[in-house]
Design a protein around this ligand. Structure first.
Ligand code: SF4
Length: 510
């Protein structure tokens, strides 16, 4: 790193920008940062200048403060132009913890930049040669000579440190490499500036209102425990047909423990154990497993199994089974397979198009994870069209789906934004977004905190937060932590129902 550019601090493009105060040590860094229109203060290089600049900057008006500049990588896997966003800054007096950089890192990545979170090590002189290894041993990934001394400039405001790598272990920065490596680093900083402006605009003290109940239901808990117990009892690998529950994080965790997820049984080797997912399967799947001599452990949720048994019962009574559900969903596939000839409807138009005599006796069932209001309209159309319609005494929409929908409905009117944690293929998570939107909220489905866009948070001082029945509570906590990187977060919970249901495990794993 060159430190030739170390004149007294000057202020560039003062008075403009988005409430973001950018501190940059070098003139070239200030030129890059200033190109975005942000308010930029050039601090000068090194600890003394940084400390003096921090004192002056701490009194300046700004919503958020960021240190932007180049740095030297301490680890080999960071290349020129890669960005490190500090989760903490180490210096001679110890470690300064920063708020979670997760939302900023994710936004930089969405902008096409190679960004990573890590510890920045600030020292009194430029770290080179073997010093890099020593500094890396403390857990830091990039080094500079200012960030630690600039940290007091934040003065309680959200604070970010973004360093673009110019050199690294075995790649000491010497001319002519300085030209290409330096240009690459500065170009990354320039591209990062609009993202930092969005970050600053999203910074504010915030209330998070948690909807209760949320996250895992009894059926999902049971399905996951079944896979874990099968792994314990029979050892890895354990084959699981389809995603055990519709959540990418759950699937990845179980894969790491030895579960192998397959689409169909023909991918399962003979003589092994296969777990059937919580969504249920058609009888033909179990028959095939029997023929193949596979050891089957069925994780079908008892509430899905209830729909299957209703379908069989009504069909035996000579009724045409009509199922309200979403075409292609695993649960729907299983229920359709239970009684061949079952007719699937998803809308009033589908009901009007049914090729069933109007006088035929009909049994009306539905997928467990729908919204009651969606079902009500289609169910009314079925009852209007056919003279003889029977339905189960208790709704097929499961308690967990209803509870989570009621919980989000109860908070949607009091928040600026609703975040629903869940995977895109999770039906009940998708319904939570729709229920929140119908209640007038702006709502988004997010797989995890990395999917949260800073723009959504710009004027969102109160955020409603829930999770679909297949999404782990840990992800909800990760969202809260990530929001904490944008300012203080006050967390409250509003519980509409105390949900204590547990389902018994199947005998094979009890
Ligand atoms: S959402 Fe309902 S039907 Fe689905 S697994 Fe959970 S309890 Fe069972």
């Amino acid at each position: 790193m060159t430190r030739a550019d170390a004149e007294a601090p000057v202020v560039g493009t003062a008075g403009r920008g988005s409430g973001l105060l950018v501190l940059t040590p070098l003139r070239v860094e200030a030129a890059m940062a200033g190109s975005s229109g942000a308010r930029v203060v050039r601090t000068g290089a090194g600890p003394e200048r940084a400390a003096a600049a921090a004192q002056r900057a701490s009194g300046q008006e700004a919503q958020a403060v960021a240190v932007v500049g180049v740095g030297g990588a301490l680890v080999a896997d960071l290349g020129a132009g890669d960005l490190v966003v500090a989760e903490a800054v180490d210096g001679p007096g110890g470690r300064v913890e920063l708020g979670s950089p997760r939302l900023l890192v994710a936004a930089l990545r969405r902008a096409g930049l190679a960004a990573t979170a890590g510890v920045v090590r600030s020292s009194g002189s430029v770290v080179t040669g073997g010093q890099r290894e020593q500094a890396a041993a403390t857990g830091a990934v990039v080094a500079d000579t200012e960030s630690y001394w600039l940290a007091p400039a934040a003065a309680g405001r959200p604070f970010a440190v973004v360093r673009a790598v110019v050199d690294g272990p075995g790649r000491e920065l010497r001319r002519p490499a300085v030209v290409t490596e330096g240009i690459r680093a500065l170009a990354s900083l320039r591209r990062a500036m609009p993202v930092l402006s969005s970050w600053a605009e999203a910074c504010c003290p915030r209330t998070v209102l948690l909807a209760g109940p949320r996250s895992f239901c009894a059926g999902v808990d049971r399905a996951i425990e079944i896979v874990e117990r099968v792994l314990e009892r029979f050892g890895a690998p354990v084959y699981v047909r389809r995603q055990i529950v519709h959540n990418a994080h759950v699937v990845r965790r179980l894969e790491a423990e030895g579960a192998v997820f397959v689409e169909e049984l023909d991918e399962v080797p003979d003589g092994t154990t296969v777990v059937l997912s919580a969504h249920g399967v058609a009888p033909a799947v179990k028959e095939e497993a029997g023929r193949r001599g596979l050891r089957v452990v069925d994780a079908t949720c008892p509430l899905v199994a209830k729909v299957h048994s209703e379908a069989r019962r009504f069909s035996k009574q000579g009724r045409q089974v009509v199922l309200i559900g979403h075409d292609g969903h695993d649960e729907v596939e299983g229920t359709l397979g239970e009684v061949p000839g079952t007719m699937l409807v998803g809308s009033v138009d589908d009901v009007d198009a049914l090729d069933v005599p109007l006088a035929a006796p009909v049994a009306l069932l539905n997928q467990t994870t729908l919204a009651p209001s969606d079902v009500a309209e289609v169910a009314r159309a079925v009852r209007r069209r056919f003279a003889d319609v029977v339905e189960p005494p208790v709704s097929d929409i499961c308690f967990a789906t209803e509870n989570r929908q009621q919980a989000i409905e109860a908070i949607a009117g009091d928040v600026d934004l609703v975040l629903v944690v869940g995977s895109a293929n999770s039906s009940n998570s998708q319904r939570l977004v729709e229920v929140a939107e119908r209640a007038g909220a702006q709502a988004y489905l997010v797989e995890d905190p990395d999917a949260i866009e800073l723009e959504w948070l710009k004027s969102a001082e109160v955020v409603g937060l829930t999770a679909g029945a297949s999404a782990p509570e840990q992800l909800v906590q990760e969202v809260v932590d990530a929001l904490g990187g944008l300012g203080p977060v006050d967390v409250h919970e509003r519980v509409v129902v105390d949900e204590r249901v547990r389902f018994q495990l199947p005998s094979e794993v009890r």
